[in-house]
Design a protein around this ligand. Sequence first.
Ligand code: ADP
Ligand code: MG
Length: 342
Amino acid sequence: MSYVSVNQLTKRFGSNTVFEDIEFTIQKGEFITLLGPSGCGKSTLLRSLAGLNPVEGGQIIVDGVDITHTAPQQRGIGMVFQSYALFPNMTVAGNIAFGLKMQSLGKAEIQREVANVVELVELQGKENHYPHQLSGGQRQRVALARALVVKPRILLLDEPLSALDAKIRKNLRQQIRSIQKELNLTTIFVTHDQEEAMIMSDRIFLMNKGEIVQQGAPEAIYTHPANEFVAGFMGHYNLVAADKAKSLFDMDVNSKVAIRPESIYVKEQGRECASHISAPRTGVIKNHQLLGNVIRYQVDVDDCELTVDLLNRSSERLLATGSQLELLFNLNEIQPVRAENV
Ligand code: ADP
Ligand code: MG
């Protein structure tokens, strides 16, 4: 049996239906990421699970118990928000201890539990600091410690890293993931950042317009997008119309096909091609973007504009706008995709 089971959950704000009949299950200890564009309903879903938004229908079952109408503080769910939401007039230790004081625990026990989570999130020495004396990353670790100290059954994190700069963000990602593994804590993490979702998750639930359009392991979603939306959101898939797929790849399909920029190669002189590689097609470079390790070209092939990623192995690699090249396509990686919302 699944640890978390959500059945036909429906949430409306007035006439605005944010999601309807949403369903999923989560195993104990899984790290799930809700990924999707702004406004698709990620925060509303998380808040509904936490009991901060009443729902209009459906069920939330945790460890065999229906908690759909249970008060938030009785659910055993911890939550961390993007905005930290710390008490500014309390120290780090005071902020972390708050939830335990609410549970009327003894002073010695509170001290012990606070010391444990302070160590877990590596904030030793900061116990008597106030939030304004901390960096953004440290504040978020206080928020994390505050959620963990009450030993939640489920941890919900709503874009906890979005306000932090890139380097701190990467460190904290790893720290969150390693703490989560150490505690075997069932976790739902929200982000709109595809890379973050890929790196952190056991499984990704990709949302669009209030629906989970695809769920699965990061690798599976990345390599097998279920529809055009997923192909557009994960990576930089090229979408090629059916008639073009026929002429470019000799594929007989009745939907668009998707191919990733890194599954297109440039033909090299004298090099034999494997059988899953297409016949070469001539392309003309329209422009390029230097992404650092990768050069991303826009190439016109038979009136079809394709994105092609080449590793930036040497400066000779940079091909001038207007120059011609012979492209090869990895036929194993070309796949038909459903239209969105069909
Ligand atoms: P996300 O977190 O994916 O960016 P949200 O869950 O915040 O999306 O929002 C989903 C939809 O729900 C949006 O249309 C938003 O306007 C609406 N919404 C969210 N919170 C409220 C609220 N408290 N009252 C009314 N509408 C809301
Ligand atoms: Mg949100």
